[in-house]
Design a protein around this ligand. Sequence first.
Ligand SMILES: Cc1cc2nc3c(=O)[nH]c(=O)nc-3n(C[C@H](O)[C@H](O)[C@H](O)COP(=O)(O)OP(=O)(O)OC[C@H]3O[C@@H](n4cnc5c(N)ncnc54)[C@H](O)[C@@H]3O)c2cc1C
Length: 394
Amino acid sequence: MSDKQKQLLELAAKLADEFAARAERYDRENSFPFENIEALKQSGYTALVIPERYGGLGANLLDFVTCQERLAQGCGATALAINMHLFGLGSMVERAAPQERPEQGLFLELVGRQRKIIGGGLSEPEGGGDWGLFATRAHRDGEAYVLNGRKVFTSLSPVVDYFMVMATVENNGQLCSATFVVGRTTPGLQLIESWDAMGMRATASHDLILKDVRVPAAAMADPRPVGPLGAEAISLFAWFELSIAAVYTGVAAAALNFTREFAQRHKPFMLERPINYLPGVQFAFADAQVLLAQSRALYLTTARDYVENRESFTGEQGLARLITAKYAAVNNAIRIVDYCMEIAGAHGFLRRNPLERLFRDVRAGINHPLSNTRAREFIGKVALGVPLDTKPRW
Ligand SMILES: Cc1cc2nc3c(=O)[nH]c(=O)nc-3n(C[C@H](O)[C@H](O)[C@H](O)COP(=O)(O)OP(=O)(O)OC[C@H]3O[C@@H](n4cnc5c(N)ncnc54)[C@H](O)[C@@H]3O)c2cc1C
């Protein structure tokens, strides 16, 4: 590990330890961790993936996912929320050529030096997991675009300065999807505080309504027709899939840390030694430990390969590698926490112990794109040589 990686990881560890002390309260109150976001801003973590010349910390994908796993060990919800800000930026930086496009440089400055926050607007109540085109529509009106629609699961929404709203737009007679940068105070934007979920409660993933929201034409990033997977999609997926793998692996690691400590100290009256001496506990812990090692090996190796040899990630095969790492990690994480619940017995069931929260938080992982059903289809078709665009689909 380089000195820079060590420093970044130390920062993530310091923040994680601070956030761990507050995680239970935010979860119970279903409130948003403003304090944590302020600490992330002050420390530069919100600019983790922004190049140093723009005021950021200059993390590459491997640094980023390593830090995100550590941060999630302290507070999974805070790590997931800030992930929605960071992953898209990381991909943008990777693809950016600021010397050619000054507005991109300005945008990176806004995040790097002014510590502005961006948030996602991909998911919709109508679209669910089969996006490509969006129910949210944009139409050209003179020098502006006008947006109408509803976004759901908008994590980080109380502090987002710029919403990245994905919408369908007609471009040269073709239906395309495009991302629009919409400032928080733009008229017609309305946040509905709908988030009351089973887990990841402190992400404030509320609904965002767009009613005749006007943005200048320059607020639209390149529109793309639905079609073959390009370099942009691969980059976005690399930053998203691997960081989601990291966050949920972090949640699982936190559960294992609690369970180890619990098993070492918990001594039922009838036993001579704590329960870590019981073979059943050792075997369950071993299985969980092995799953954790598998997840880390896969997502970290994939991230390292991506950083060192990005050209090898092309087309469906490249995407399948990224999706496989995410699929394995989020499902392993659930199994790890289940083992922890088994080991801790009814103590894991009590809200005063963190396992109960981690058990709920970890379950969200399979819903992030690609969800389990879509990941299996993707991985299976690629492995079996069935083209993804085969019609009929099944
Ligand atoms: C804690 C949390 C935070 C999130 N934060 C954000 C955020 O900040 N920004 C954002 O944009 N989104 C966010 N999301 C949304 C998330 O990443 C997914 O896009 C969303 O959960 C998908 O919605 P759904 O499961 O309701 O989809 P649905 O499409 O309604 O899925 C329902 C079921 O049908 C299956 N399904 C649907 N379509 C297909 C298909 N074509 N083929 C096969 N199976 C299919 C799904 O796999 C699933 O099993 C967040 C989600 C969570 C849980």
